[in-house]
Design a protein around this ligand. Structure first.
Ligand SMILES: Cc1cc2nc3c(=O)[nH]c(=O)nc-3n(C[C@H](O)[C@H](O)[C@H](O)COP(=O)(O)O)c2cc1C
Length: 388
């Protein structure tokens, strides 16, 4: 089967929609309640315009950034995502390899569907681990031991899932959140699967490891049921937990799911080296602000005591540039690379990173900005600045 060359995130999304059973596509593409926050995440970038500097001569823009001490070729990191093996058998290992090939970071989710040992076979400096845990501190200690034994250097703790968001597409598709098959939805799902032969063929080749998760594959082999997974993703951390994690982890710590200046400060006070401004791509609390809107407040509150990464709604190179101009050190993408993975596995993820790279290079030329460090608010105009 020929593999298409993806030319935009929307192109990848359309192809992913045609390749995947509806239930899987909706799991990726859907969000909470009316999905308003998800849509606003993207459209928020339209609230700010570029203010280009002309006649800067001919140059090749420099896209390198330093994040937590690592020099990356691109300010675009791959966010932690659950159940990636459902999208393509390349799964989390394919995602991690794609990131390494493009010299950027990928973050392995606790519920990605692959073991830490399997994915840590890639260059571990570019592999971070995202923690969910609902079974107390002993479990966290054992995960940390495992991360240390695989020389993982950066731990990301997600704090925006004390409960799971109300993802109606999953419910409408007859599965609970995240995916679980039972006798009442098996026929509907069976039809969806059979109508997507490319996906079915790939999955059969993979031995249908759909519902494995990283914890299943850990050495202690605990947590084998879908129920365990559900519980794990609903991860009610407290700030005391974060402080305790920083103490026993004693390496780089990132807190993901920050949406206000005051929480960003608490994260930094609890030991975070970086915060991820995120509303989980609109999958958690419907009605929160789009992340881009919270960026100035959070950058000012963090006051350079930690690095700031932004995710949710990034679909274009221009979105990345606007985020960096307002003070983000880098961004993360979730769905964009999942669409690429669904279409063409690891190569599809690389294709998505290439799209961002190409768009960044073009837009930086048009903007008259030679390197990312030079980006600041002078490259932007806010709507409120117009005088009519
Ligand atoms: C299918 C899917 C699964 C996700 N699973 C996780 C997860 O396991 N852990 C986590 O911290 N965030 C998870 N997220 C949220 C992403 O890390 C990221 O915050 C979000 O996708 C960013 O928004 P975007 O998809 O608009 O780029 C998931 C997102 C999606 C789309």
């Amino acid at each position: 089967m020929t593999k298409p060359n993806l030319y935009s995130i929307d192109h990848a999304r359309n192809l992913a929609k045609s390749y995947l059973p509806k239930v899987v596509f909706d799991y990726i593409d859907g969000a909470a309640d009316d999905e308003i926050t998800m849509r606003l995440n993207r459209s928020a970038f339209d609230e700010v315009y570029f203010n280009p500097k002309m006649a800067q001569g001919k140059f090749v823009p420099n896209l390198k950034v330093k994040i937590l001490g690592y020099e990356l070729d691109l300010p675009v990191l791959l966010a932690p995502c659950g159940l990636v093996r459902v999208m393509h058998p390349d799964g989390a290992l394919g995602v991690a390899k794609a990131a390494v090939n493009k010299n950027t970071v990928s973050v392995l989710s606790t519920v990605a569907g692959s073991s830490i040992a399997e994915v840590a076979t890639v260059d571990s400096n570019l592999l971070w681990y995202q923690l969910y845990s609902s079974n107390g501190r002993a479990e966290i200690e054992s995960v940390i031991d495992e991360l240390n034994s695989h020389k993982i250097e950066v731990l990301v703790v997600t704090v925006d899932t004390p409960a799971l968001g109300n993802r109606l597409r999953d419910i409408e598709n007859g599965v609970s959140t995240p995916l679980r098959i039972n006798s009442s939805n098996a026929i509907q799902l069976g039809y969806q699967v059979l109508s997507k032969p490319r996906w079915t063929y790939n999955m059969l080749k993979d031995g249908i490891k759909l519902f494995e998760k990283s914890k299943d594959l850990r050495e202690d082999n605990r947590g084998n049921s879908g129920k365990d997974m559900l519980q794990m993703a609903a991860s009610p951390f407290s700030w005391d937990d974060i402080k305790w994690i920083k103490q026993i982890w004693n390496k780089k710590l990132v807190v993901k799911g920050i949406l206000s200046g005051s929480d960003a400060k608490k994260a930094v006070d609890s030991g975070a080296d970086a915060v991820v401004i995120s509303n989980h791509g609109g999958r958690q609390l419907e009605g929160v602000s789009p992340t881009f809107m919270m960026l100035p407040e959070i950058v000012s509150s963090v006051n350079k005591n930690a690095e700031v990464i932004l995710d949710s709604g990034i679909r274009r190179g221009s979105h990345v540039l606007k985020a960096l101009a307002l003070g983000a050190n880098a961004v993360m993408i979730g769905r964009p690379y999942l669409y690429g993975l669904a279409v063409n596995g690891q190569k599809g993820v690389e294709n998505i990173l290439e799209i961002f790279k190409t768009e960044l290079i073009r837009d930086m030329n048009l903007l008259g900005c030679k390197n990312l460090e030079a980006l600041d608010e002078t490259f932007l105009i806010k709507k409120s600045q117009f005088q009519f």
